[in-house]
Design a protein around this ligand. Structure first.
Ligand code: AMP
Ligand code: GLY
Length: 424
């Protein structure tokens, strides 16, 4: 079967790597892809926002399955348009993608189905938002409604910060002027991934990422500075609880609304003393969590993705290598602020040849035969190991082989898991 993968990040490089290894995959096309992906798949010159062009490409290349990596095309309805054209697609409809696209939509489902989450209020005008804030006090969490690339959330520890966040939202900085204000939850965070065909749920492995830019989880939030799988804090009992109390009712809710969710559902959880609570849904794989999941997946990814599209997920299981996988994100200096682009990166082949190591490209470009940085998050240096410590040591040994003076990374990815490993 010929497959088209949509996206250009490290997540898509990892997906391309897993899809390309499948015996079911004949030709793999990726639109738009990146230079790393270009080494293992064909880059397709088709504009992803032009749905008619994507459909025409699928027909011309006899594409049997489209896999959508990022959220934006899903929220824009790419899956709906492909499906209407009779093309099989892994990824939810525009309606179902509101689970990520609209915090208010998700919160209302949680309320209706009794899904554990932070208490909240939903506001479209500033005076009511301020009144709620005054009634509840700090710490409190303020979220812009709509996609804000992880930058629409303020965890406010003091009232001035909280008010400033509301000023930002109601000045229209994030597009709309709508927000959710919610209770501050305390506990460790974990990412929980589930494949679904709209009726059945197949849990994948767990992962944890590091959102803050600096060592020790300090500094501003980012798209993710590194990740590892499994997440030691997610015991089997907690996975079962999250599946039964959070994910399954959500899948039922979408199905009840007449819009069954097909794809991967990514639940961001906080493990509170009262059990796991939902902080957000994403309608896609996490980036960089996907990179570590793909390193550990023993079964064929394409078989699993097709079972989601075909409604046969109840007949599937997913097996994982016992190894730990860990990825370090290398960023261009300045990230998550303005970054310097076009700087050359050397030594990638030597680093990628190290035992247990895969290097997934994110924001890279090719220029005169050189690999250069073209974004904020640039490389995902990923390694497998028997233990957290071994995976971490391998990943950083590979990082140190890469010659890129204008790049940086955190030096402590996996610290929580290693601390747990050490105290065993
Ligand atoms: P989100 O984009 O909703 O995942 O939020 C970004 C980050 O803000 C999360 O990864 C958490 O660290 C933090 N956060 C979000 N909601 C809450 C909450 N209710 N309580 C505490 N921290 C939160
Ligand atoms: N790593 C966080 C995310 O993909 O949203």
């Amino acid at each position: 079967m010929n497959i088209l993968l949509i996206g250009s990040g490290g997540r898509e490089h990892a997906l391309a790597w897993a899809i390309g290894n499948s015996p079911l995959c004949d030709k793999l096309f990726v639109a738009p892809g990146n230079p790393g992906i270009g080494q293992i798949a064909r880059l397709a010159d088709v504009k992803v926002t032009d749905h008619a062009a994507v459909i025409a490409f699928c027909k011309a290349e006899a594409i049997g399955l489209v896999v959508v990596g990022p959220e934006a095309p899903l929220v824009a309805g790419l899956a709906d348009d492909l499906q209407a054209a009779g093309i099989k697609v892994f990824g939810p409809s525009k309606f179902a993608a509101q689970l990520e696209g609209s915090k208010g939509f998700t919160k209302d489902i949680c309320a209706k189905y009794g899904i554990p989450t932070a208490a909240y209020g939903r506001f479209t005008d500033k005076p009511s938002a301020l009144a709620y804030l005054d009634a509840h006090g700090v710490p409190i969490v303020i979220k812009a409604d709509g996609l804000a690339a992880g930058k629409g959330v303020t965890v406010a520890m003091d009232i001035t910060e909280a008010r400033a966040a509301l000023d930002d939202i109601f000045s229209g900085r994030f597009g709309g002027a709508e927000c959710v204000i919610e209770e501050f939850l305390e506990g460790e965070e974990a990412s929980f991934f589930v494949l679904t065909d709209g009726r059945n749920a197949l849990p994948l492995a767990t992962a944890q990422d590091h959102k803050r830019v600096g060592d020790g989880d300090t500094g501003p939030n980012t798209g993710g500075m590194g990740a590892y799988s499994p997440a030691p804090c997610m015991t089997q009992a907690l996975c079962d609880e999250a599946l039964e109390k959070i994910v399954k009712p959500t899948i039922r809710a979408l199905s009840d609304m007449g819009h069954p969710y097909v794809g991967v559902l990514y639940a961001g959880l906080i493990l509170t003393k009262d059990g796991p609570k939902l902080i957000e849904y994403n309608c896609r794989f996490g980036d960089p969590e996907c990179q570590v999941l793909m390193m550990r997946l023993k079964d064929d990814l394409v078989t699993l993705l097709l079972a989601c599209c075909d409604g046969t997920l109840d007949k599937m299981s997913a097996r994982w290598f016992d190894d730990v996988a860990l990825t370090v994100v290398m960023c261009a200096r300045g990230y998550p602020g303005d970054v310097l682009k076009g700087t050359e990166i050397r030594g990638l082949e030597g680093a990628a040849a190290m035992e247990g190591v895969e290097i997934f490209h994110a924001g890279t470009a090719e220029k005169n035969g050189m690999i250069v940085a073209s974004g904020g998050r640039v490389l995902n240096v990923t390694a497998r190991g028997a233990t957290e410590r071994e995976a971490q040591a391998r990943a950083y040994a590979a990082v140190d082989r890469i010659d890129w003076p204008e790049g940086f990374c955190r030096r402590d990815i996996g610290w929580r898991a290693i601390e747990k490993e050490t105290s065993k």
